[in-house]
Write a protein that binds this ligand. Structure first.
Ligand code: XBP
Ligand code: MG
Length: 257
């Protein structure tokens, strides 16, 4: 039976609730700054989350909702420059302390470090966003706590493709059977499962709570903390208040045993 050697964390929705009050707001600021009339409401943004990746999401918005918008000849450059502005706004929000970690995240990461687990990030978002979140919400040097940060355009196909997990595991020199992945969404779960990681915790949030996650090995509403216990919504192991390393080891054992 394989040992649990590495925890691979998704970022948006998992480490922090970043989408509605973070990424969405930063997109809208970039649109306004560019003189565009695009306005992504919370409800519309929920639909746009069907597509992962900020640049891909803007192209999807144009295709699906804005047939009226006169496309510039250099659409890819136009979207890339809007996205750069969006990243600037988003990282400024993080630098101002606007987005905290979800309950239990810091505790779980500290526990994993203490136990000598490898730590990785596997995310669709831009690398600068990851380091800004870690720096502002965990510790100034928190990015160095991670043995790999797999993010953004480093792979050609974003989640739900398995590529980002495969790349992270290659860097860590671990096999899928040695990992637990922590996700928040259907796309993230698919990405991890397709990469062969069978031990996946899905910690749902406002945008993902209603997704069909029946095949997830463990679904919780948070990682849990004293005074704010995690609620188990489904899966094959029990959770008593907090998702800790013992929970992840038990989950891992059900997948590899
Ligand atoms: C979340 C995403 C990202 C962010 C925006 O990915 O889909 O697109 O919404 O980030 P994950 P960028 O949950 O895998 O972290 O604008 O930097 O692409
Ligand atoms: Mg996510």
């Amino acid at each position: 039976m394989s040992q649990l050697r590495a925890l691979l964390f998704d970022v948006d929705g998992t480490l922090a609730d970043t989408e509605r009050d973070g990424h969405r707001v930063a997109f809208n600021r970039a649109f306004r700054e560019a003189g565009l009339d695009w306005d992504w409401t919370p409800a519309l943004y929920g639909e746009l989350l069907a597509v992962t990746g900020g640049k891909e999401r803007m192209l999807y918005y144009l295709e699906r909702f804005r047939p009226d918008f006169a496309r510039p000849a250099d659409l890819a450059d136009f979207v890339a420059s809007l996205h750069k502005a969006k990243t600037r706004h988003y990282t400024a929000m993080l630098d101002s302390g606007a987005i905290p970690l979800r309950p239990g995240v810091a505790r779980l990461i500290a526990e994993a470090r203490e136990a000598g687990c490898l730590l990785g990030i596997a995310t669709t978002t831009t690398p600068d966003n990851v380091t800004a979140l870690l720096r502002n919400s965990l510790a100034p040097d928190a990015a160095d706590w991670f043995d790999v940060i797999a993010a953004g355009d480093i792979v050609p196909r974003k989640k739900p493709a398995p590529d980002i997990y495969l790349w992270a595991m290659e860097q860590l020199r671990v096999s899928p059977a040695e990992c637990v992945a922590l996700e928040d969404s259907r796309h993230g779960l698919d990405s991890a499962l397709r990469a062969g990681i069978r031990a996946v915790v899905v910690t749902v949030n406002g945008y993902t709570a209603d997704q069909d996650l029946g095949d997830a090995p463990l679904v919780v509403d948070s990682f849990g903390e004293p005074g704010a216990p995690a609620r188990c919504l489904g899966g094959v192991v029990a959770v008593a208040g907090e998702v800790g390393l013992d929970t992840l080891r038990a989950l891992h054992a059900t997948a590899t045993g």
